[in-house]
Design a protein around this ligand. Structure first.
Ligand SMILES: [Zn+2]
Length: 482
């Protein structure tokens, strides 16, 4: 693989510079590797789940690393709304004469719950096995947190002075919980993290197929998340005397309509760019279909075929899917209540309320209510009118650095804009007027995505290549050129 070759080359050059005799200390490349390893291990082994973990412990551990590396205490702040949800904000000072606003890097420190009995290894133990690192957060996203801290320390040791400040914010409650760190910092300490634009390694990255790098994807826009509660109530009665009007049937009929009727297809600047670039990496029918949907008008048969693929489907439209149900109170009683949760990922340009009204229209059943459910579980009659963010213009400095670093580590692969179909903390920075780009140097096989799942793992070499990528990317981004 190309990026392995590049790594070896870097190691050889670095070794040649530092080596005075055969028995000298390991070359810098190995020192970086050791540092990167130790930080990653330390982070994975600090439980930062919402239930029993502490984000503060992880933030303090990373703060200590930076202080030990010589960052001044005033530039390393650990702050948050309570004892277990404190966030780290570290400022790497750039050239003091620079007029440029800072670059912000955000990364969440919290991880999704993981149960020992579900996993092959202990999820909170950093285990190296068969060429992989195993542990909760190895894909989402302690690897990128560790990479950012490693590269901060590495650049500091080199004496590198960026042409503007680089701010690193490692934060709480992206995955859940009530104390989202990015939101909290924007509301309480905007000055600490104010920036011209934000980079969020929680999305994007290199897609590989059996280890072969195919493309570097980066997030340029994001869908909007919304949960809706679909409910029917009924006086109920004895189940020996069924009536046609049944709460469970009302909800079930609505969900059947949801299954059969997809939302209309939409394209925007980012998804057009995505399909244009993807077509070049695909062959046969898929490549032809991607070109056919970009035509005016789009070819309906091509749309149908591409929509069979979950990823393409989600890129083409708003999706809503039933995710939870509860109904009835006894096996021998007619149900008095039936509820389902419908989870929607809203295409940019639409609001939660717009989609709620679409669902009401689709279900077309006066016996049903469709209510919005907030992230903290509060149910309300209406969703927000705030629309999913419209893509920001692609920043030329960011694009240059991204292309440069990608070409260095994975020569020849295309750089492809994507619309994140999940949701990330970029939604907060974007809403605050800070254009945000999901840029990640991790290469993952497309069939080995285990974020949020069991036995989460990352190829060992993918991690160290990611360390090199962000180092190259950040230095290019913050080195003044004429
Ligand atoms: Zn994440």
């Amino acid at each position: 693989m190309n990026h392995h070759a590049s790594l070896v080359l870097i190691a050889v050059i670095a070794g040649a510079v530092s080596m005075q005799s055969a028995w000298t200390a390991p070359p810098p490349q190995d020192a970086t590797r050791t540092l990167a390893h130790d930080i990653f291990k330390q982070l994975v082994e600090i439980n930062s789940t919402d239930s029993v973990g502490s984000v503060t412990a992880a933030a303090l551990a990373m703060a200590k690393r930076l202080l030990d590396a010589g960052f001044p205490a005033a530039d390393v702040v650990v702050t948050g709304p309570n004892d277990i949800k404190r966030n780290l904000v570290a400022r790497y000072r750039g050239n003091p004469r620079s007029k440029k606003k800072p670059v912000l890097i955000i990364g969440h420190l919290d991880v999704v719950e993981a149960r020992r009995e579900d996993w092959t290894t202990d999820p909170f133990e950093f285990v190296e096995k068969d060429g992989y690192y195993y542990g909760r957060g190895t894909q989402d996203m302690k690897e990128s947190d560790a990479i950012a801290v490693t590269d901060f320390i590495r650049m500091k040791h080199e004496g590198f002075v960026p042409d503007r400040d680089i701010i690193l914010a490692l934060t709480a409650d992206e995955e859940g919980g009530k104390s989202n760190g990015v939101d909290w910092l924007l509301k309480n300490h905007r000055d600490l993290i104010d920036a011209e634009f934000a980079l969020n390694p929680d999305s994007g990255g290199v897609v590989t197929d059996h280890g072969k790098p195919l493309s570097m994807e980066f997030e340029a826009t994001e869908k909007l998340y919304a949960d809706f509660q679909v409910e029917a109530t009924n006086p109920g009665g004895h189940s020996s005397l069924p009536k046609p009007d049944n709460a469970i049937y009302h909800v079930a009929d609505a969900l059947a309509k949801l299954e059969r009727v997809p939302f209309p297809v939409e394209l925007n600047e980012v998804t057009r760019g995505y399909f244009t670039q993807m077509a070049a990496t695909q062959t046969g029918q898929t490549a032809a279909d991607m070109r056919a949907i970009l035509a005016e008008p789009p070819d309906p048969a091509a749309l149908d075929r591409l929509s069979q693929d979950a990823r393409y489907n989600s890129t083409l439209r708003t999706t809503c899917v039933a995710t939870m149900m509860s109904a009835g109170h006894a096996p021998n009683a007619l149900p008095q209540r039936a509820q389902a949760n419908v989870n929607c990922r809203i295409f940019p340009g639409h609001s939660q309320e717009e989609i709620r009204l679409d669902l009401v229209k689709l279900f077309d059943d006066a016996k049903l209510t469709v209510r919005y459910v907030s992230d903290s579980g509060q149910v309300s009659e209406h969703g927000s009118d705030r629309k999913a963010m419209v893509p920001p213009p692609l920043n030329p400095e960011v694009m240059d650095a991204l292309r440069h670093a990608t070409a260095k580590l994975w020569p020849g692969i295309p750089v492809i804009p994507e619309m994140e179909t999940g949701a990330s903390d970029s939604i907060y920075t974007m809403s605050a007027g800070i254009p945000s780009y999901g840029i990640c140097g991790i290469a993952l096989d497309r069939d080995d995505v285990r974020a949020h799942g069991k036995d989460e793992r990352l190829p060992v070499e993918s991690y160290y290549t990611g360390v090199e990528f962000y180092y190259e990317f950040l230095k290019r981004l913050t080195t003044h050129r004429n």
